[in-house]
Design a protein around this ligand. Sequence first.
Ligand code: ANZ
Length: 944
Amino acid sequence: MNYNFKEIESKWHAYWAEKGTFKAVTGSEKSKFYVLDMFPYPSGAGLHVGHPLGYIASDIYARYKRHKGFNVLHPMGYDSFGLPAEQYAIQTGQHPAITTETNIKRYREQLDKLGFSFDWDREVRTSNPQYYKWTQWIFIQLFNSWYDKDKDSARPIQELIDVFKEEGNSMVNACSDENTPIISAKTWKEMSSQQQQQLLLKYRLTYLADTEVNWCPKLGTVLANDEIINGVSERGGFPVVRKKMTQWSMRITAFAQRLLDDLSLVDWPQSLKDAQTNWIGRSVGASVTFYTKPTAKQTQSLPINVFTTRPDTIFGVSFMTLAPEHDLVLQLTTADREEEVREYIAVSAKRSERDRMSDVKRISGVFTGAYAIHPFTKECIPIWIGDYVLAGYGTGAVMSVPCGDQRDFEFAKNFDIPIPNIFNEVDISEEAYAEKGKTTLVNSSFLDGLAFKQATKKVIEELEAIEQGKGKVNYRLRDAVFSRQRYWGEPFPVYYVNGMPNMVPEDCLPIELPEVEKYLPTETGEPPLGNATVWAWNTSTETVVDNKLIDEETIFPLELNTMPGWAGSSQYFNRYMDPKNNDAIFSKEAIAYWQQVDLYIGGVEHATGHLLYSRFWQKFLFDLGIVPHKEYAVKLINQGMILGTSAFVYREVNTNKFLSKGLVKDKEVIPIHVDVSFVNSSDELNVEAFRNWRPEFAKAEIELENGKYIVGREVEKMSKSKYNVVNPDEICEEYGADALRLYEMFLGPIEQAKPWNTAGISGVYSFLKKLWRLFHSGSDGQFYVSDDEPPKEALKTLHKTIKKIEEDIEHFSFNTSVSTFMICVNELSSLKICHRSILEPLSILISPYAPHLAEELWNKLGHQESIAYASFPEFIASHLVEDNKQYPVSFNGKMRFVIELPLSMNKEQIEDAVMKHQKTIDQLQGRVPKRVIVVPGKIVNIVG
Ligand code: ANZ
């Protein structure tokens, strides 16, 4: 009987689906284990072989844990809101819901083929109203919360309102906007409700504020920092400009320190922890207030706050620099400077932050005409603007110390600003600066002779004494902009009364995405939801009604922005625990049982996006007492990328002539990607397929070498745009899903990037056939097992394998498992093993890797139930103990051969056996040795 993987695989897919084999039971008596994959965005292109890599690894682990007796939760779903479906909708008018549905269907078919043990009953889709109801619900909870720094926890906003009524806000230690005014209880009571709401927005964990955002005109939306790569949008590569807009923001900065500290609670790759640590970017220093010198235009002195990591250098300040976007710039600028300043602001708005930061040598700026007064020397220092100062970091203003900071130094040099030296060294190069910790200060008044640490402390004390500064910890992390000007995202449960946001009552959720005629922004520049005609909130009927009914009394406009891509993915891992619950985000029982994710597998590209935002939401839910853990994923593994082997043809410049690789030599050619499906494993191009591919190639002149066109090869990221994708469906068709699963693991360590080479799959395929034959040793290849006692060697092979496979899976070393299986099957084949007591455990061992084949063999072995819950074979060490020893036999110290003898023999018996051995007789050629040295269990040496 042949290994008919097609029949076997489809048979078991149907069985698993029908029996609900992988259903996870909440509250089961067994211990739980939660294995999670990062859920995919269902794109139109479908899966390529790189996508399932992580899913195969997590599936192996999930299946292994079931064999180990755990109740495993292994869910899957779709991150189904997003840009591509919307862009397709803009082009074709097709509703994104329809495109999304089609794509999901295709994904599901592809995933099903691979035999994953997902509990599909728990599927979530972020674009499903029953799901985003809870995304909206969390948003409302954030709106109704503030951050208490004393308790280091999010708290209900009502508490804050109560405090304001009693004593105003001066004693409140909260994370709030920089510009929050101090008010008394009396003022609070005198404020209109709108003013009160305005003040509360400065404390809420999600708030509406005018923020400097990354605006991508081509995409018509705001982007988060992690959605911008090298100054252009990650999707589409379009330019991004800085712009001020009223946007929802998430006060993630309130959680910055906990996001750093709690990294110690999780077993995540160090590189990923480092990426988050750098992204959060903690800096310790001081905030210092400088006051401006009144001018004819600005008769009042204005406070300018700066953040500095080097308060010790305050006597080296010779100018100040504000970000061009800084709020005070136009107020300060003197009339004669205004034109130049405005021009500079306009130019720098077009530059990306990255450009501004990296351009150290070409630092630019303009003088505002205004001066600030040094807090200690009372000297006047010129105030400049320069775009090396970023508006969103610190306070958007710096005290410039040209002898300390490289950029300040370049700036001063550029504009002939004095460079006073305050260090007791003349050298103010960057290297010397790095050494400054050791340097003492001079020309620095009360700091003279002090080194870095004492000086820092002293300056902060002195600043506090004159109320012009204090110690401060600053984070590079910014509050996260949460509004997107898109259609295909979660609508906000928000309506506006006199411009102030109000939350829709929780029991009215979900607020469903309205229908629109066009998915583009409106003609007046409003987001796509501005096209909706039924998009107003009736507060008396608590329903969404026609916009025409808006009367600003009971019926109000709804929010037009939608939530960003990361909203839905920040809560899905918890929702899987109880995905159908309509009354709560999840039941108390579900969260009490499942607790948190035990193993999370996904891509490292989410390090500073999803993996940071989701940790933030988890901490927030923890503060509300809804989840029991501060971190949601105990262990995380980043799977490496599978690389594609691209193929190139070479067009000679200015011709339509294509040269085979060997003919290129010194000729000037342009390499062009060709679809890898036109190339065989010998790198030979199917010329006809190439000609038919595109009209411009149909009439191309093609120069062959030895009658063949040989392509060039290069290993690159696997991507549709490089025509190097390999479709898993084709592999499944030709070799089966089990072969694909094994091969993906065999490629190399899970965390590493590795190139795909389809040719290599035949090795694992032959292995599977060999494994199959082990069970089919009957006449005509019939299934046959013997119930006899197996030979000792077979038990040794089996237990060696059990030990290794268990260790490998526990250490996520899946590639080494595959070679272990190969060795095992080779050994068993040469021993002609057909014993049930060997083959039965072997099928369980391989079942996490090749589940279809394992189920089939298990069934043939006479089991009625799925193999999925069979106990993992137990390793028995005694089977590995050797009975024999390979004795090296030496003559006068030179090893000549080895003899295998039982370890139970004593000295005399060994000597006797060795001396009688034909090889010894040959070696001695009649000589009588002087001495025979025998060390039992080690060696034999014959002397003389
Ligand atoms: C005076 C000074 C003297 C500084 C000196 C450095 C060296 P990190 O470590 O990244 O937090 N800075 C502050 N806000 C800025 C902004 N919005 N844009 C650009 N630069 C800004 O860096 C903090 C330091 O970067 C601050 O300390 C400030 O310059 C500058 F010898 O103040 B320093």
